[in-house]
Write a protein that binds this ligand. Structure first.
Ligand SMILES: O=c1[nH]cnc2c1ncn2[C@@H]1O[C@H](COP(=O)(O)OP(=O)(O)O)[C@@H](O)[C@H]1O
Ligand SMILES: [Ca+2]
Length: 498
């Protein structure tokens, strides 16, 4: 035993060498993870911009959109950076002074110049789309509508942006691009959950658009899109003259033509009791939406509110013609419409009115009952309850609310059950719901027909995987080192054997 001297022999690897190797491995791992993170980190965002002017019948709004420069084709990347309301009325009201339509845009366009970085000005596209107000002006006098468009074009060309044109968009485009906007903002094109329909109410027209399983019975109401690899078969219709301002004229004209007018006083159940205003006949008949003019009538009349919600509903129903339908199903005025399907987003004046009346969360029956109650509130009480609300809007909310509920139920055939599928919305993720975003996405080719190739792992997943793997390798190295380092006991061989 004494000869067999136990001797601890150090691990054949020299200790400092092992430490050096471990340090190098650790440095390697850190460098690997850091490189992966830096390489995959979104670059310092550079934004691009686009401007769309919504030249509506009642007013013009200028929308500025922005998106990360390197992610143009990714869905959900474009957002509204700014919206500016042009002072004054819509461009169609400048038919007597077309130049005024051009100069009305200056304040908002100056704002756009300040908001968009100067080095992006030249490449920023500007589009102007005019809707139903200009469609009506074109019907009345196309040279006047051309003059107004020329004037806004001259004005927009004076800015350092990339002017792309001013035109009257079709009702189909207005409906379809509104549908694209709400579904793009809700990120529905990537989800399996499907899309939502779009309901847009303006002053001079209203649009309904939704994906329908039915085979379209009228090609004018159908639009097909392929977006992010999926086909969409849309039903869409725009009712010219069925925006809330034109429908009010239509309803007043019907009353004026009937026997309800006595001694220049027009009693109107859709206006509050105590409401009394002197109006000219031309303010009602100055539109191509009202076909039959009044003969032998006074130049003005007293518009006298009686505030009866039920009677108002009956009067509003008369603006829908249900007698002629040459298809299997119609909405109204002989227009083909398959049954409504799925959820809907209702925006623009649908939202303004329903939100003011506090009806956005009610079922159809409750909304109707609350509206009847609202309509019966005396005008003086209404005025004192809402001193800051524009008097024109305030006077018309009873009519507008009644029109909206009647349009949805009697016009589009929503039932108490399907009415629950309508959400009244102003914005989605900070961007306004409306046709403008969809219009720009389409014209800048930012909605690809096929889904863009995406890396198999998202950025976060990739970095996490790298970290986990690195930690695993590191632990294995430590474990391995510990195993090697365990002292090995050698017995010194007896000398005689050697
Ligand atoms: O705060 C509000 N309360 C009620 N109605 C509003 C409010 N803001 C805008 N509106 C209405 O929304 C409608 C917008 O229509 P727009 O001018 O877009 O016409 P269009 O789409 O038929 O061309 C107009 O009837 C306007 O009076
Ligand atoms: Ca509009």
């Amino acid at each position: 035993m004494d000869e067999q001297r136990e001797m601890k022999v150090k691990n054949p690897w020299h200790r400092p060498v092992i430490i050096l190797i471990i340090v190098l491995i650790a440095i390697g791992i850190v460098v690997m993870v850091a490189t992966a993170i830096i390489q995959n980190k979104p670059l310092h965002q550079k934004y691009k911009y686009g401007i769309v002017l919504d030249a509506g019948s009642s007013h013009t709004s200028v929308f500025i959109y922005e998106w990360p420069a390197e992610k143009e084709n990714n869905t959900g990347m474009v957002r509204q950076k700014h919206a500016c309301d042009v002072k004054g009325k819509g461009i169609s009201s400048y038919s007597g002074n077309p130049a005024g339509a051009g100069s009305s845009l200056t304040d908002c366009m100056a704002e756009a110049q300040k908001i968009i970085p100067v080095h992006r000005h030249q490449e920023t596209p500007v589009y102007l789309g005019a809707t139903a107000g200009m469609r009506l002006l074109r019907m009345e006098d196309s040279s006047l509508s051309d003059q107004v468009l020329d004037a806004v074009e001259r004005s927009l060309q004076t800015y350092p942006f990339d002017y792309q044109g001013a035109r009257i968009i079709t009702g189909q485009e207005e409906g379809a691009f509104g549908w694209i906007t709400v579904n793009y903002l809700s990120d529905n094109f990537r989800k399996a959950s499907g899309t939502i329909g779009a309901l847009d109410l303006g002053g001079a027209s209203t649009q309904i658009t939704f994906v329908s399983k039915e085979n379209s019975e009228n090609p004018e109401n159908s639009m097909d899109f392929r977006l992010y690899g999926n086909p969409y078969h849309l039903y869409t219709h725009s009712f010219l003259c069925y925006g809330k301002d034109q429908v009010l004229k239509l309803a007043l004209a019907k009353k004026l033509q009937s026997l309800e007018m006595q001694e220049d006083v027009l009693k109107d159940a859709c206006f509050h009791h105590g409401y009394k205003a002197n109006k000219t006949l031309s303010s009602v008949f100055n539109t191509p939406c009202v076909s039959e003019k009044l003969a032998d009538s006074p130049k003005s009349f007293i518009h006298w509110g009686t505030g009866d919600g039920v009677e108002c509903q009956n009067a509003v129903r008369k603006v829908f013609n249900h007698s002629c339908c040459q298809y299997s199903t119609c909405s109204f005025n002989g227009v083909y419409q398959p049954p409504v399907e799925g959820h809907f987003g209702a925006f623009s004046a649908f939202y303004f009115v329903m939100n003011f009346l506090n009806l956005t969360n009610d079922d159809l029956e409750t909304a109707k009952a609350k509206l009847i109650n609202y309509c019966s509130t005396p005008w003086e009480e209404i005025k004192s309850s809402y001193p800051s609300v524009k008097e024109k809007y305030l006077a018309e909310y009873c009519f507008s609310g009644t029109y909206i509920l009647t349009l949805l139920e009697d016009g589009y055939n929503f039932t108490s059950t399907t009415f629950k599928n309508i959400e009244f919305i102003k914005k989605i993720a900070d961007s306004d719901a409306g046709w403008t975003l969809g219009y720009m996405l389409n014209l800048t080719n930012m909605i690809p027909a096929e889904a863009p190739d995406t890396p198999p792992l998202p950025h976060g997943g990739f970095v996490s995987l790298m970290l986990v793997l690195s930690l695993l390798i590191f632990s294995l190295v430590i474990v391995g080192y510990k195993c090697f380092r365990r002292p090995v006991v050698y017995s010194s061989a007896p000398k005689d054997i050697v």
